[in-house]
Design a protein around this ligand. Sequence first.
Ligand SMILES: [Zn+2]
Length: 128
Amino acid sequence: MSAINLHTIRLALEAKRKELLSGGSDRNEILIETAADEFDRMQQQLNREVALSNLVRESRLLRDVEAASARLANGTFGTCLQCDEEIPEKRLKAIPWAAHCVACQERIDRQRSTGEVGEAKHAGEIAA
Ligand SMILES: [Zn+2]
């Protein structure tokens, strides 16, 4: 990791973290309230599902951002967690919190979409 400006990365991660913590999506949708009308109830249920999946996506992203900050601090930033290859600078500039090279990320995404759990094993490392 030489060409890439780590200070810029740090700022980008910090900004993203603040943005996520300030709560982009509407958490109020998740509040359980029951409308009198059947149709309203269905609409609420739908809104709740959308808000929940946004929340899940955001918290996953927040975790990735914080993990990237931790890797920045311990000097392992920019290395793919899966195959230990360097993550291309271009990719890190686009997604500073990327934890995997493109090939590994694609494999993970594929596993995730077919229902296999491909991320749980990293949870412990990140917490440390
Ligand atoms: Zn990789």
